[in-house]
Design a protein around this ligand. Structure first.
Ligand code: C2E
Ligand code: MG
Ligand code: MG
Ligand code: MG
Length: 275
């Protein structure tokens, strides 16, 4: 044993490392059953305009496991992506989202709300993604313009052509796209030129130090100006303070999402928050 393992292998016996390997393995095994055991839920985080009026919401996946407790998306989404489990899970998210849009149609107070759903590029690349999504829209009889798909630029990297084709096809029927975490990746500007985007979502990392960082203010101002001249809507994510909101507004950003307006909450709380 000591012959094979030199100093490099010491890490194998590092209890912290071992723990995280075990944690990963159990997340993977448990995630397989999460759907059928109804352990997944959607939470909703409000998106507002300058008058603090709700214009829509982002659907955010929550997993409550009976013994592990709530597992954050950052712990299970990457595993879901790697294992392919994101496909059935992502379909469940879209189905639940369409169902919710349908429910909101029943009241004039909520009928205008646009629901933003995070989709993995792995999902979009499925052969039947378009037909399956159009099937849901048909089944729940919802206006396609109330569904917004958030895609993350860092995930786009390869096979962009196919992804663009799918996006255009969905765009033609009225489904809109927002580029999530804008600015955090490497090739944002390329995508801006080539993808049918209705909205950019400025990454939270540019918002959090807005008050103290003049370079962040410059970047944010530049993103907003650029988006405006391209006729693309801008929303800021992770807005936590009124000072941040004011700075954003002064630069022309009029759509916001963040703890300042509401944390992601279950649907009962969300509907209460609206009234
Ligand atoms: P995201 O799409 O960028 O979502 C925004 C994240 O920021 C959410 O974390 C939200 O709870 C958090 N957040 C919102 N406002 C604030 C704020 O004011 N301050 C701070 N500090 N955080 C704020 P969450 O829910 O943990 O989700 C993390 C990521 O997991 C999401 O980032 C998204 O990439 C992914 N995700 C969540 N649900 C889904 C899903 O249904 N499908 C896929 N493919 N990915 C999902
Ligand atoms: Mg998002
Ligand atoms: Mg985001
Ligand atoms: Mg983000």
């Amino acid at each position: 044993q000591s012959k094979r393992g030199g100093r490099n292998q010491l890490s194998l016996f590092d209890p912290k490392m071992q723990q995280s390997v075990i944690k990963r393995a159990s997340i993977e095994a448990e995630l397989q059953r999460a759907l059928e055991r109804h352990e997944l839920r959607l939470h909703y985080q409000v998106q507002v305009d300058v008058w603090r009026q709700a214009i829509g919401a982002e659907a955010l996946l929550r997993w409550h496991h009976p013994s592990m407790g709530s597992v954050p998306p950052s712990d299970f989404i990457p595993i879901a992506e790697e294992t392919g489990l994101i496909l059935p899970i992502g379909h469940w998210v879209l189905k639940t989202a369409c169902q919710q849009i349908q429910a909101w149609q029943a009241s004039p107070k909520t009928a205008h709300l646009v629901l933003a759903v995070n989709v993995s590029v792995k999902q979009i690349r499925q052969k039947n993604f378009c037909s399956s999504l159009l099937g849901l829209i048909e089944r729940f009889q919802i206006p396609p313009s109330l569904l917004k798909l958030e895609i993350t630029e860092s995930l786009l990297l390869d096979d962009v052509e196919e992804t663009i084709k799918t996006m255009l096809e969905l765009n033609r029927v009225g489904i809109r796209f927002s580029m999530d975490d804008f600015g955090a990746g490497y090739s944002s500007l390329q995508y801006l030129r080539r993808l049918p985007l209705e909205q950019l979502k400025i990454d939270r990392s540019f918002i959090q130090d807005l008050e103290n960082s003049s370079s962040d203010r410059t970047i944010v101002r530049t993103i907003i100006t650029m988006a405006q001249s391209l006729n693309i809507d801008v929303i800021a994510e992770g807005v936590e303070t009124e000072a941040q909101r004011e700075l954003l507004q002064s630069k022309g950003c009029i759509h916001y999402q963040g703890f300042l307006f509401g944390k992601p909450v279950d649907i009962e709380q969300f509907n209460r928050l609206l009234s």
